[in-house]
Design a protein around this ligand. Structure first.
Ligand code: SF4
Length: 185
């Protein structure tokens, strides 16, 4: 499957940098998709997007930028505002982003979809993989649920963030996670 066309849904630069570098070194045929309407406020969304774009440019990897349909995202998580991180709101958030990515993959001839949504230790990789596998089956594509923290990639991620001064956000993305962060201070 080395020459299969792979779509990498990226949540942000710090989570995807080491993965992009790894896939590049493996000479995989892949492109990066940025679809994160969960990120608030919009200036923060732009900042994370630009940082991710910069990394793709460094490796000469195509960066696909989809809409910032934040109103749609807010509608999808309505009623789940007070859920904790790793709870039902996050599952809905993963689902919305993965569904869009799978649709894009199918429409554009990709064979495999993967994502960095479970890279952060604050996220539940099993939830991401379960939701992604169901969505991928619906679109008749393969979801690669590799644990991108393993194989030295977590260490490499930390190293790259430090050495290259990558912008590293202090909260997951949505406004509810900003509140979580502030309350935990
Ligand atoms: S905490 Fe993160 S994963 Fe959970 S809903 Fe908010 S942005 Fe999405």
């Amino acid at each position: 499957m080395k020459n299969a066309k792979l779509l990498l849904l990226s949540c942000c630069a710090p989570c995807s940098y080491a993965v992009i570098e790894y896939l590049r070194n493996q000479t995989r045929n892949f492109v990066v998709l940025f679809y994160n309407p969960n990120i608030m406020p919009e200036q923060e969304y732009e900042k994370r997007k630009q940082e991710n774009k910069k990394i793709c440019a460094k490796f000469n990897i195509r960066f696909i930028d989809l809409d910032y349909d934040n109103a749609r995202w807010l509608g999808a998580v309505a009623g789940l505002e007070n859920e904790p991180e790793r709870g039902e709101r996050c599952k809905k958030c993963f689902s919305l982003r993965l569904e869009k990515a799978a649709f894009y993959a199918k429409e554009n001839g990709f064979d495999i979809l993967t994502s960095t949504l479970g890279v952060s230790r604050h996220k539940n990789l099993d939830d991401v993989n379960k939701i992604a596998a169901e969505i991928a089956a619906k679109y008749n594509i393969v979801y690669d649920g590799t644990n991108w923290r393993k194989g030295g990639l977590e260490e490499r991620r930390r190293q790259l963030i430090k050495e290259e001064n990558i912008y590293k956000q202090t909260y997951c993305g949505c406004k509810f996670s900003i509140d979580n962060f502030n309350n935990a201070k």
